[in-house]
Design a protein around this ligand. Structure first.
Ligand SMILES: C[S@@+](CC[C@H](N)C(=O)[O-])C[C@H]1O[C@@H](n2cnc3c(N)ncnc32)[C@H](O)[C@@H]1O
Length: 260
């Protein structure tokens, strides 16, 4: 057990030097299990040998990055939460603010920022707002920019929205340009890079669960500093913040926090 931890610690250091990604900020057990099953499948028996492979083979480096970032997403994920955003949170923000600054942090393959743009289009004309969408994973961002999805990613999309904003194409569904053009994608590491300021809304869902408690606490502070007073942080449905007031937040609804 001790040897395995030592092996992993060294691996963490080398990966950080090579990619800038600090695996020590991700929950250890979960991450180790995911990576061990990947390298064992490829016939390696320890992190030391595995690093040599990802250090010398670009394909293997991408496989590794693919495994450590979990890209599962869907449109209107946890639909009831998006209803709360539309019916309760946005009307309140829009009352005070005409030009919104919104950010989908850890946006994966784009379903979340496009959902956000679709919901915002009920309040503002398309073209009059931009959604910033960021992720650490280049592949995910490239797929997000393609904006073409399997029907299973659209399960929670209301039928009128599906008709309005998707074009069926060879068994897949393409997001219409008017929505696509309202999202700007950028690569960003939440655990290392700086954040934009004066935001009205940050949507950061289903990534905090992978981070250690310390990394999460640091992030909550950074999110809070990035929001305007009255701005909202919208988190995933298993990611309730314990003691939000520690970070200058108050609860508006389950999974929605307002900066006070
Ligand atoms: C499960 S997906 C969540 C997608 C979307 N937010 C949702 O809820 O459907 C998690 C995403 O977090 C990204 N991620 C992991 N670590 C990250 C980091 N340090 N900085 C930015 N994004 C990260 C992964 O690349 C992946 O796309």
């Amino acid at each position: 057990m001790w040897t395995l931890s030592g092996d992993y610690i060294l691996f963490i250091e080398k990966v950080k030097k090579k990619t800038g990604i600090d695996l020590s900020l991700y929950k250890e057990g979960q991450m180790k299990r995911r990576l061990t099953s990947l390298y064992e499948k490829k016939g390696y028996s320890n992190f030391n040998d595995y690093f040599k492979v990802i250090d010398s083979d670009l394909d293997e480096l991408y496989n590794f990055l693919d495994r450590m970032t979990i890209n599962v997403s869907e449109f209107f994920r946890n639909y009831k939460r998006w209803e709360i955003l539309e019916q309760k949170i946005l009307p309140d923000i829009i009352k005070k603010e005409k030009r919104l600054k919104v950010w989908s942090a850890a946006c994966s393959t784009g379903e979340e920022p496009y959902t956000l743009a679709m919901v915002l289009s009920n309040f503002m004309t398309l073209g009059s707002f931009r959604v910033l969408a960021t992720d650490i994973d280049d592949n995910a961002i490239a797929r997000a920019k393609l904006a073409t999805y399997h029907e299973r990613s659209l399960q929670e999309v209301p039928s009128d929205v599906k008709k309005k904003y998707f074009i069926p194409c060879d068994g897949l569904f393409k997001v219409k340009d008017e929505i696509k053009n309202s999202v700007v994608f950028k690569k960003q590491n939440l655990l290392a890079d700086s954040f934009e300021k004066d935001l009205d809304l940050i949507v950061c869902r289903n990534v905090l669960i992978y981070f250690t408690e310390e990394a999460k606490e640091h992030l909550y502070h950074k999110f809070s500093q990035s929001l305007k007073k009255g701005g909202i942080l919208f988190v995933g449905s298993t990611e309730q913040i314990f003691q939000p007031s520690k970070y200058g937040f108050e609860v508006v609804d389950t999974f929605f926090y307002r900066k006070v």
